[in-house]
Design a protein around this ligand. Structure first.
Ligand SMILES: [Fe+2]
Ligand SMILES: [Fe+2]
Length: 271
């Protein structure tokens, strides 16, 4: 689509007793984002897909089937739909949601080993966004180390990575919030859109990396809680980085004007 949408729900009215959808993004690497509008009582019947997907409810109320369990979803909440598990959607109220299909993400839990050839597509031109994607790569390497440390109960390594994440990655997150997100916010029409979800995830990550450091200071020999915290950080941060690399940054380059992209560079340079 070549035009800019300022208000996603207004761009696709909910049809009477029906379902409407409109593709927003279809990237060469296989990531597709589709806006859905569903009237109350409408259903998408259960089906499985060979790739993972995510649902983000903008407004309304949904029940989403994952495997054999129905999950209530409130506005501004998201759900991960793992590859291979049946999923379906029921609208309990007139609803708008974004469905992100990560068709290039391969099989779940089969991340390539560190150094393997599979890489997410690089589809950004902005030097700042490219720099941040390089920082994501560095974070992913550290997460691989953290995951290895959890497996070997090497709490020194886990603690080192937690400290790095809290010190270095927090600065990266803050730069995103300062320089990029305010330029994208108007696109989501005042709704709790993808930029607000990323802000929420940043706070969750800061909180859990701080808690993990404190837990390891109190119990340097490790604990079940340290293991749980570290595993949640590995999973949540990998998913966060995938969303930014595959959806948010490419979306930024599509919706921001050349002038706004220059503002992004200037804001980042100004520190
Ligand atoms: Fe982020
Ligand atoms: Fe980021």
């Amino acid at each position: 689509m070549s035009h800019v949408i300022r208000d996603l729900p207004a761009a696709l009215p909910v049809p009477d007793s029906g379902i409407a959808s409109s593709p927003l993004l279809d990237l060469p690497g296989g990531t597709k984002v589709v806006l859905f509008a569903m009237d109350q009582g409408q259903e998408i019947s259960p089906h499985a897909a060979p790739f993972p997907a995510q649902i983000l409810l903008l407004e309304g109320r949904l029940e989403v089937l994952i495997g054999d369990a129905w999950n209530g979803v409130a506005p501004h909440e998201g759900l991960e739909l793992p590859a291979g598990l049946p999923h379906g959607v029921k609208a309990l109220a007139p609803s708008h949601f974004l469905l992100t299909m990560l068709r290039g993400a391969g099989q779940p839990a089969d991340r390539p080993a560190a150094g393997a050839a599979v890489k997410p597509p690089r589809s950004v031109a902005s030097p700042v966004l490219q720099h941040w994607m390089d920082q994501h790569d560095e974070a992913l390497r550290r997460l691989d180390r953290m995951e290895g440390g959890i497996g070997k109960e090497d709490w020194t390594t886990v603690g080192e990575v937690a400290r790095w994440l809290y010190d270095e990655l927090k600065a990266h997150n803050e730069a995103e919030e300062r320089c990029l997100f305010p330029l994208m916010d108007p696109f989501f029409g005042g709704q709790h859109g993808p930029t607000d979800c990323m802000r929420d995830e940043h706070r969750l990550l800061w909180d859990s990396t701080l808690q993990l450091q404190q837990e390891l200071e109190a119990r340097p020999g490790g604990s079940p809680r340290a293991g749980t915290l570290a595993l949640s950080i590995v999973g949540n941060l990998r998913a966060h980085i995938d969303k930014e690399n595959q959806v948010l940054y490419p979306m930024a380059e599509r919706i921001l004007t050349p002038d706004q992209l220059r503002q992004l560079e200037q804001a980042y340079a100004a520190g």
